[in-house]
Design a protein around this ligand. Structure first.
Ligand code: NAD
Ligand code: UDX
Length: 471
């Protein structure tokens, strides 16, 4: 009798985070005959996923609430019953976090596989028969080897097929990306297991978009894809500084170069520096791998993408100090947007963290507004940064503002850091009256509309533009 099931009927996903939750919800929606169980050690997170109030889901993603409403309790379940679900499932997705190592060999660069390893040991302990184990977490190249070693060394009776199936969703458009992916990548050596995984996706993804590769290509494609995207952002951000010196306009330059079909228009929007949980950690991992395999020129090349990203954040904060007469002591600055991009409540590696800390260090008093980010999340981000950098202490205060007007009232400056839709339509004529004078608007996302500014006396600076109004 074949060790493989005819088709997959029960899936377990370990990790109910930004990837595990939405991805499994979309699988459940498109595969009503498959039971999908998402498990996590984080009890509070699981309670959030099970909340009857869909506004309390642990993750904000447009359209996610509807998919959860349609599937939860039917063929999608969230629980902390990890061992039970491992035992009952034919196929297990690993969607756990893979952050940068913070100590030991490769600290600061290599990916920490601790959580992946723990899962492998749990799977070896509790699985029954043959289990397909799928790496969906982003990992270092050759992690599948590590997984196979751990699985086989810890389980004599059972067998495993390890596949790589990296996730390419972007936060803020996760449901749309999962429903209509550009491609689904399946890496492996076990053809039968690859076909079983392919069958799941084929329920809604066109077969020509499901690519099969060798397992190492699949693992490396994920890191490379993120590195290429981030590289485009650092490239355009570097040019934004040159625009400010020369009188060229970064939005016009982006549009012009993006019109070339060979380049394409995406990922050419200049901003305060890329954030998010993936780009920095995945490039650091790529840099580490290149160093490990003795390719110093290649590692330096990719490291520079991060150097420019950090430089962009720091140059924005320095510029603000200069424009506000060289000191921020006692000055109120309204921060509009703290998430790393619009349409998500995720703040991991958000450019706002470094920029705000720089301004606080200069003595500014910050009033931070974000439509989806909670106060305690901002607090945690500041604390984490301070822990990573012991020498730095916040010398002045910050407050959380529930609405835009509270943040802006009496402010000497407004700094727009996230491109939330509601910031585009702000009528600055109204706001001018409640701000201090002279006051500045610093727009790092190019969301401010000229028509809403032209009748004001506000000083205005837009990233990548030397000629901004009243400057
Ligand atoms: P996350 O931190 O939001 O979620 C990971 C979850 O795994 C957490 O809830 C954690 O409690 C849980 N977990 C950790 N160890 C566990 C264990 N032993 N047993 C059960 N649960 C455990 O992370 P994420 O953003 O969902 O990312 C997950 C992976 O996907 C990472 O490798 C990341 O690089 C990759 N990825 C993320 C994105 C993204 O946009 N966030 C996109 C593509 C790929
Ligand atoms: C990224 C990848 O896009 C996705 O494929 C992968 O699976 C996970 O990492 P994500 O981090 O969610 O997704 O968001 P993304 O849209 O890539 O934005 C990342 C950062 O780059 C954000 O801070 C965003 O504001 C910034 N960005 C993006 C720009 O500054 N300019 C752009 O043109 C695009």
């Amino acid at each position: 009798m074949s060790k493989y099931p005819k088709s997959i009927s029960r899936i377990c996903c370990i990790g109910a985070g930004y990837v595990g939750g939405p991805t499994m919800a979309v699988i459940a929606k498109n595969c009503p005959n498959i039971i999908v169980n998402v498990v996590d050690v984080d009890v509070e997170r699981i309670m959030g996923w099970n909340s009857s109030d869909l506004k309390k889901l642990p993750i904000f993603e447009p359209g996610l609430d509807k998919v959860i409403q349609d599937t939860r309790g039917k063929n999608l379940f969230f629980s902390t019953e990890i061992s039970r679900e491992i035992e009952l499932s034919d196929l297990i997705f690993l969607c756990v976090n893979t952050p940068t190592k913070n100590r030991g060999v490769g600290a600061g660069k290599a990916i920490d596989l601790k959580w992946v390893e723990i899962c492998a040991r749990e799977i070896a302990k509790f699985s029954k028969g043959h289990t397909i184990v799928v790496e969906k977490s982003t990992v270092a190249v050759r992690t599948a080897d590590v997984l196979e070693n751990i699985l086989n060394a810890n389980s004599q009776k059972n067998s495993f097929s390890v596949l790589s199936n990296p996730e390419f969703l972007s936060e803020g458009s996760a449901i749309e990306d999962l429903q209509n992916p550009d491609r689904v990548l399946i890496g492996g050596v076990d053809e039968k297991a690859m076909d079983l995984l392919k069958e799941i996706y084929a329920n809604w993804v066109n077969e020509d978009k499901i690519l099969k590769t060798n397992i190492w290509s699949s693992e490396l494609s994920k890191l490379t894809s993120n590195a290429f995207l981030a590289q485009r952002i650092s490239s355009i951000n570097s040019i934004s500084a040159l625009c400010e010196k020369t009188g060229a306009d970064i939005d016009e330059v982006s549009k012009s170069i993006g019109a070339d079909n060979r380049l394409g228009e995406d990922f050419l929007k200049a901003g305060p520096g890329f954030g998010g949980s993936c780009f920095q950690k995945d490039i650091l991992n790529l840099v580490y791998l290149c160093e490990f395999f003795n390719l110093p020129e290649v590692s330096k090349y990719w490291e520079n993408v991060l150097t420019i990203n950090n430089w962009q954040k720091n140059r924005i904060s320095k510029l603000i100090v200069e424009k506000l007469f060289g000191t921020l002591n006692g000055k109120k600055i309204a921060i509009l947007g703290f998430s790393f991009k619009a349409n998500t409540n995720d703040t991991r590696e958000s450019a706002a963290i470094r920029i705000c800390l720089n301004l606080l260090e200069e003595g500014a008093s910050l009033f931070i507004h974000d439509p989806k980010v909670q106060k305690n999340q901002i607090e945690n981000e500041f604390k984490n940064q301070q822990m990573q950098n012991n020498s730095f202490e916040i010398k002045s205060s910050w407050q959380y503002s529930e609405n835009i007007n509270d943040a802006i009232q009496d402010a000497n400056a407004v700094l727009i850091l996230t491109e939330w839709e509601e910031y585009r339509s702000i009528d600055w004529k109204d706001k001018e009256e409640i701000m201090s004078s002279p006051a500045w608007i610093f727009d790092t996302r190019s969301v401010t509309e000229e028509k809403n500014l032209s009748k004001t006396k506000l000083n205005f600076w837009r990233l990548g533009n030397i000629n901004t109004a009243n400057n």
